[in-house]
Design a protein around this ligand. Structure first.
Ligand SMILES: Cc1ncc(C[n+]2csc(CCOP(=O)(O)OP(=O)(O)O)c2C)c(N)n1
Length: 563
């Protein structure tokens, strides 16, 4: 029996196991929306397409599965671009379906026509314009495969309206074979032996773990390696949760807002094992002085990220989980009775000494509410068992520093692109995937206003996300830079003209709380977390608090400004 293109698309989604997609309708996708009620795929209607792509991304980060987004042509498609670039920067698997004008009108400046394939070429892993109904099913199959395999990323499929209406036989391919795309999964055994030899001879090893460990599902292998071989572990923002945040060997983040111990360890280690991380400039600071004493091993599934920002001594192209598993096997086989604890004992004491000397801290006081105190309370109350999304800015850094992530996929944050407005819709995606989990968006008063319209999506889909606004009345992170490096010229960063967030929550049908005194922080958070609907907690924090440690942009990691 022949099916229309719209029907074929939904069948493909069912075959891929998609249970939900996030989107917004329009003329160029109306045929697809006509079929959605007849399929098993749920559609969550957002209020702005940016919300749809971030929600699909949040769903993907929380579950490890591909997130799906469906929007119309023209403005619907362009509204997703920030979210696509966000997912691309963090290597998150999402598939975006966009409607397109009928093929005969492409190139005619037709109503709501944009070249979304052209626009998104630099911020997708791959994209397609489907030009023949016979290619539709195989294109969808490839899109999902590309999104999730190798280094994951967003894939866009542009669907002309007439293709959605044409008829064809449905056949979903069983597997994908693309001659030009064969990601390396397994590590080279010679390189693995080399790394184990380096580990044996090292005196001061350090693991620098990134988001690739989480996307590959390699957290158990990483934890084994760190704990069994007694190696301190530092992490990028994207990697938090892959190694238990409450383990004594865990040093916290490295880089611009990294801990003293992590940055000192990078500077002094003699072997740096970088796994699924990409030596981003926020991590390295001044590249020439990064890890100056270390032999660097770089494990990454994407060969193009190796030797990109720093010179490495031992490249290891492989999926992080496979590489870590191979390292485990090789150490067990060839060095089964090696005394790792003794071998690195002095180094671990030294690193832990740095951590004791300058722990993450802040000057707490009783007359104001410190934002770090709020994050600490969130951690205490949830016992570290929530899914935390963040917006961008100081709120994001405090959420990364003062909450201990014990499991992977529990921190949803825009690391690479730093997209304000990401956290709330991403939290909705995660809440849809895990209805019984406490999902919290740690927000700034600036960022939250960028996608606040999704409060309606939250309320009508019963997604009880809790938004905790660390309200400092500033675009705080930019204000911090103005204070420290631009002689306090607070140009356009004061945000004290703001909506009444409590009334705003109530206007949407959510609940709102305001906290102005430190003594009420804990009790209000506890009460808010029990509410069975979306909540905004507007917490008036110390206005000019800064994020420390801080390595000024372009400085060496040892040049930290401390509390
Ligand atoms: C979409 C977007 N625009 C601008 C920026 C630049 N930027 C980075 S942090 C920041 C301030 C964020 O303010 P707020 O959300 O209030 O958080 P705070 O830093 O005060 O915690 C800005 C404007 C950005 N990251 N994203």
């Amino acid at each position: 029996m022949k099916l229309t293109g719209a029907q074929i698309l939904l069948k493909c989604l069912e075959m891929e196991g998609v249970d939900v997609m996030f989107g917004f309708p329009g003329g160029a996708v109306i045929d697809i929306f006509d079929e959605i009620p007849k399929s098993s795929v749920e559609h969550i209607l957002v209020r702005h397409e940016q919300g749809a792509i971030h929600a699909a991304d949040g769903y993907a980060r929380a579950t490890g599965h591909v997130g799906v987004c469906l929007v119309t042509s023209g403005p619907g498609a362009t509204n997703t671009v920030t979210g696509i670039a966000t997912a691309y920067a963090d290597s998150i698997p999402v598939v975006i379906f966009t409607g397109q004008v009928p093929r005969a009108l492409i190139g005619n400046d037709a109503f709501q026509e944009v070249d979304i394939v052209g626009i998104t070429r630099p911020c997708t892993k791959h994209n397609y314009l489907v030009q023949d109904i016979e290619d539709l099913a195989s294109t969808v199959k490839q899109a999902f495969y590309l999104a999730r395999s190798g280094r994951p990323g967003p894939v866009l499929v542009d669907l002309p309206k007439d293709i959605q209406q044409q008829l064809a036989e449905f056949h979903y391919p069983e597997d994908v074979s693309m001659r030009s795309y064969k990601p390396t999964k397994k590590p080279h055994v010679g390189q693995i032996r080399k790394v184990v030899k380096l580990l044996k001879n090292a005196k001061r090893p350090l693991i620098y773990s990134g988001g690739g460990v989480i996307t590959s599902g390699g957290h158990d292998e990483l934890t084994w390696l760190g704990q069994t071989l007694n190696i301190p572990v530092t992490s990028t923002l994207m990697g938090l949760g892959a190694f238990p945040g409450d383990d004594d060997l865990f040093l916290g983040m490295l880089g611009m807002h990294g801990t003293y111990a992590a940055n000192m360890a990078v500077n002094n280690c003699d072997l740096l094992l970088a796994v699924g991380a990409r030596f981003d400039d926020r991590v390295t600071g001044k590249v020439d002085t990064f890890a100056p004493n270390a032999t660097i091993v770089h494990v990454d599934v994407d060969p193009t990220s190796i030797q990109k920002n720093v010179s490495v001594h031992v490249p290891l192209v492989a999926d992080c989980k496979s590489a870590l598993a191979a390292l485990q096997k090789e150490t067990e086989v060839s060095l089964g009775d090696f005394d790792w604890k003794a071998s690195y004992g002095d180094w671990v004491s030294k690193v832990q000494g740095w951590a004791a000397e300058h722990p993450l801290t802040y000057n707490d006081d009783e007359t104001s509410i410190k934002p770090q105190y709020v994050v600490e309370k969130i951690y205490e109350i949830t016992e570290g068992d929530a899914i935390i999304a963040t917006e961008v800015g100081q709120n994001q850094m405090w959420a990364a520093q003062f909450y201990k992530y014990k499991k992977p996929n529990t921190l949803l944050t825009s690391g690479g692109l730093g997209t304000m407005g990401y956290g709330f819709p991403a939290a909705l995606g995660a809440q849809r995937a895990f209805p019984d989990k406490l999902v919290i968006d740690v927000a700034g008063d600036g960022s939250i206003q960028m996608c606040i319209q999704e409060m309606m999506t939250a309320v009508c889909n019963k997604l009880p996300v809790k938004i905790i606004i660390l309200n400092n009345g500033y675009l705080g992170m930019v204000r911090q830079w103005q204070e420290l490096f631009y002689e306090k010229n607070y140009c356009s960063t004061c945000m004290d003209a703001q909506p009444d967030f409590v009334k705003l929550a109530e206007a949407y049908g959510a609940a709102g709380f305001r906290v102005t005194e430190k003594k009420d922080v804990e009790s209000t958070l506890r009460e808010a977390f029990k509410v069975d609907k979306p909540v905004i907690v507007d917490i008036r924090v110390e206005r000019e608090e800064n994020v420390y440690p801080m390595v000024p942009a372009g400085a060496s990691l040892t040049e930290m400004l401390l509390v």
